[in-house]
Design a protein around this ligand. Sequence first.
Ligand SMILES: Nc1ncnc2c1ncn2[C@@H]1O[C@H](COP(=O)(O)OP(=O)(O)OP(=O)(O)O)[C@@H](O)[C@H]1O
Ligand SMILES: [Mg+2]
Length: 287
Amino acid sequence: MPVVTSVINLKGGVGKTTLTLALAHYLAGEHSKRVLVIDLDPQTNATIAMVNERRWRERDQSGQTLYQLFRDQLEGTRNFNARDAVITRVSNIGGGMPGLDLLPASIRLHRIQDKITKVADLDTYRDGMVYTLREALRDTLPAYDHVLIDCPPNLGVITLNGIAISKYFLIPVVPDILSTLGVPLVLDRMADFALRAQHEIFGLGIVVSRYRPNSRLHRQTVMSMRRDAIPGIHPPIFNSIINEDIEVAEAADMEEPVTSLRQKFGGSNPHKQFSALTDEYLRYVGG
Ligand SMILES: Nc1ncnc2c1ncn2[C@@H]1O[C@H](COP(=O)(O)OP(=O)(O)OP(=O)(O)O)[C@@H](O)[C@H]1O
Ligand SMILES: [Mg+2]
């Protein structure tokens, strides 16, 4: 079975999607892993950054996104088929990267998430709504070495579907005060889910992203985060840090064809950082 990791933080804009995208690309491109990205976010940022918008719209109209899966669950229909919904060889590197696949989201997930919340049993997590994704991907997951889940900035039922198939979670943070405040809440909610759903999930670590070396606040926050990390209780801070760099933001652009990871993720600095981060990730998950 693959190593399944959710990239999560309740705070928006901290680099969840960027980290998911980069890890997936480097695992496939530098380590020849078979990688599936699952986009659970109705904002569809990971989807649009891995296939272009036109291709996503075609998929969305033909019901081949995760929206259809959850709609089926609510309406008792069976139109979603994981085999058809997974888009293979995604990315604009070389016209598509071998080994890099995507299960796309839809903005229509927004509409359905409230309806799901109404019928889900969030005290015991025993009912099917939290395990919809797990059931749908039973035959699909074994084909992969790594699965990365891009979560929305909330812990609603759709996110919990990702947590329910994950062995690990990663928390990207921007090292400022407001961004780090939410980390204990994520840890608390993960522990609560693990207990109630009887599903073991491990905090792999906190990844500092959008780091500005010239900012005193950023430097101090990283220092105190490292000091406060408590082995066994608080997940460690990754040694690898991702700097704020406009080239990283531009990596989400699918329109320009590119030929290499280095060209997509930007120059030597971001490329080195993502490459080192991926090596570190692989060391922790033992993959
Ligand atoms: N290292 C970086 N350097 C510069 N810009 C970055 C970096 N990482 C992310 N960004 C930009 O910051 C914005 C937020 O990043 P991203 O979409 O990855 O965050 P997110 O946590 O997934 O947000 P959301 O909670 O809305 O899903 C995006 O415009 C992205 O391009
Ligand atoms: Mg995102």
